[in-house]
Design a protein around this ligand. Structure first.
Ligand code: AMP
Length: 329
């Protein structure tokens, strides 16, 4: 069975992106800082798709490596001078401030491909689809739209599949649509082991397992179903854990009965707190925006300068939780 892209509304933008890619010999792909599987999957998946289709083009991937996700791909960074005559594509990144590998501003030609709400417009071409489960889904949709022309490789399929699995939490979150499943099925036709990949993505290091225990034991939930935990630098150091290891515990409180929304507040070396906010329904990205952050309606990030700002965020989340009525089954 051949799928046609359901996302016909974006056809003109996708065609413009394809035609622009064709014109450039050097393409540099960026994504957001602190990359997760979708950031890496969309960035490196697009790079592999372009390389598979146009082997003569030079395609670089920019940003810092996340050692925990090295099994996806390591960066293939450009040199500063490569930007002089290059097209820059940024995937999965809502705002300029969060683009990793800051040399992106050396190019004058930008494309943004993203599935976050459009809060910060940038790029000569902007393709934003907030209905997509993940930016990796958008890249796979791009391939399907032009599948007679674009060459999907097994490596690209593996990366995009990983991105979709990551951002949907294995097809659990509300962004998962029937199209997500169709696209995933198409990617699964390529000969990579999705079982091995799923297992790898599910592995946690022993210190993270200990952190899970700590979070479950010390997590507090108020009467309105808003939970939180503060992870101080001291706690992280005692457990031999770094900020990026908190990826492994962010979704954990969502399984606790009665929890509607929650925040994991991770103290940074400089003293302030990275706020990782999640929700099962109450909209939280508008709250995140008021605290130097942003993100999706149900998965956002922010920054709190001290504990009183954390209290303020929790108060706002509590108001949102009070106003929320869960969907019927
Ligand atoms: P995280 O908790 O870092 O996994 O982030 C959850 C979501 O919020 C992701 O879609 C991020 O792109 C977004 N996000 C996290 N931190 C920020 C920030 N400081 N500003 C804007 N968006 C953010």
């Amino acid at each position: 069975m051949t799928l046609i892209s359901m996302n016909t509304a974006d056809y003109d933008t996708k065609l413009e992106i394809l035609n622009t890619i064709k014109k450039w010999e050097t393409i540099i792909i960026h994504r957001h800082e602190r990359p997760d599987p979708d950031a890496l999957g969309s960035q490196c998946g697009l790079a592999e798709l372009i390389k598979g289709t146009y082997p003569d083009k030079k395609v670089y991937t920019a940003g810092f490596d996340n050692d925990n996700l090295a099994f996806l791909q390591k960066m293939d960074p450009p040199k500063k001078e490569d930007y002089a005559d290059a097209l820059v594509i940024v995937t999965d990144t809502a705002n300029v401030k969060r683009i990793d590998g800051k040399a992106y501003d050396l190019s004058e030609n930008w494309i943004k491909i993203d599935h976050h709400p459009l809060d910060d417009s940038y790029g000569d071409i902007e393709w934003v689809n907030t209905k997509a489960s993940s930016c990796s889904e958008m890249i796979a949709d791009f391939w399907l739209t032009f599948r007679d022309e674009l060459v999907m490789t097994t490596e690209a399929a593996r990366l995009l599949y990983a991105g979709i699995v990551g951002d949907t939490n294995r097809f659990l979150y509300s962004g998962t649509s029937s199209y997500t499943m169709q696209i995933s099925a198409e990617l699964m036709n390529f000969p990579f082991s999705h079982t091995a990949l799923n297992n790898k993505m599910n592995v946690i290091k022993p210190p993270v397992a200990k952190l899970m225990g700590y979070v479950l034991e010390n997590f507090s939930v108020n009467d309105q179903g808003v939970g939180h935990i503060i992870l101080t630098q001291e706690t992280l150091e005692n457990m031999d854990i770094g900020d990026k290891d908190t990826n492994g515990i962010v979704s954990l409180p969502g399984s606790i009965e009665g929890v509607k929304a929650w925040g994991i507040f991770v103290q940074q070396v400089e003293g302030h707190y990275r706020c990782r906010l999640r929700s099962k329904g109450p909209v939280i990205n508008e709250i995140a925006k008021q605290h130097d952050g942003g993100g999706h309606p149900l998965a956002s990030g922010a920054n709190a300068k001290d504990k009183s700002e954390i209290e303020q965020i929790l108060g706002q989340m509590t108001e949102a939780a009070e106003q929320w009525t869960p969907e019927a089954l």
